[in-house]
Design a protein around this ligand. Sequence first.
Ligand SMILES: Nc1nc2c(ncn2[C@@H]2O[C@H](COP(=O)(O)OP(=O)(O)OP(=O)(O)O)[C@@H](O)[C@H]2O)c(=O)[nH]1
Ligand SMILES: [Mg+2]
Length: 286
Amino acid sequence: MAFTIALIGRPNVGKSTLFNRLVGQKLALVDDQPGVTRDRREGDGRLGDLEFTIVDTAGLDEGAKGSLTARMREQTDVAIELADALMFIVDARAGVTPHDQAFADLMRRANKPVILLANKVEGRQGAAGIAEAFALGLGDPIPISAEHGEGLNDLYDALRDLMPEPDDDDGNDQEDDEAEEDDGTRPIRVAIVGRPNAGKSTLINRLLGEERLLTSPEAGTTRDSIAVDVQWGERSLRIFDTAGLRRRSRIDEKLEKLSVADTLRAIRFAEAVVLMMDSQNRFEEQ
Ligand SMILES: Nc1nc2c(ncn2[C@@H]2O[C@H](COP(=O)(O)OP(=O)(O)OP(=O)(O)O)[C@@H](O)[C@H]2O)c(=O)[nH]1
Ligand SMILES: [Mg+2]
C-alpha cells in the first residue's frame, strides 16, 4: 500500500484545491462556499519524486448525531484512521478560529505525524494567520498557496522527512499495474447515473458491504463523482458514483453545475453506464 496522507481542516480552507494540485488534475470540486466536499476522495498524489495516496475529506464540522454533517464527519474520521500521516490545513487569511483549535486537538489525539499548512498566503498575505498557527502546537506551519502553487518546496521537504525511503519496489509496482492493464484484468469502468435520490450510493455501498459513500434521504447528497473498486466474482469493477441529474432548466446553482459536469465526465470515461430509477417516481425526461 502506498503511503497515505489525509487532508484535514475546517470547511473552505482549501483542502480540495491542494488535493487537485497534488494529483495534478481538477478531480475534486472546488467552490467558494463552505461544505462543498462530502465524500472522501482518494487520488495518486505526487510532489517532486515523492509518490503517495492523497485523501480529500469533508471539512470538519460538528453536526447533530445522525445528521448529514455528522456522517460527513464520520467519513473524515475514517480517513484519519486509514492515513499514515495528516496534513492539517488552516486558512491564514481568516486566521485561526476556535474551530481550528478544536480540530488541532483531534489531530494530536490521532497520534500520527501531522504537517501543519497555512494556506492562502500568496503575495505575502496572511502573516498574522501564520503567527497564530504556531500557537496550535502542531509544529511550524508551512505557508502555502494551494491555488497558486506557492510553498510547495517546503511542503516537499516536510513530506520527504516523514515518508519512508522509496525502495526499488516502486518501479515494479508501476510495471505490475501496466501488466494488469494488458492482460485484461484492468477493472471495467461503470458509471451509475440517475436522478437525485434514486439510491445510487446506497447500491454501491451494498455491493461493497461497507458504508463507503455518504447516503441520506436528502436529494443531492453526492456532489463529487467518486470511484470505488469492487470485486464482483471474477470481475474487477471500478464503479463511479455520480451526482444525480435533474432537468437542465432546473439547475441554476453554480455548485450543481459543477457536480453535473463531473457526472458527465464519469459517463464519458465509463465503459458501461447503469441508469438507476426510483420505482416510486414516474419516469421523467431528463
Ligand atoms: N486566495 C486563495 N484562495 C484559495 C487558495 N486555495 C483555495 N482557495 C479558495 O478557497 C475556496 C475553498 O477552496 P476548497 O479547496 O473548495 O476548500 P475545501 O477546504 O476543500 O472546502 P470544503 O470542501 O467546503 O470543506 C475556493 O474558493 C478556493 O478557490 C489559495 O491558496 N489562495
Ligand atoms: Mg473540499
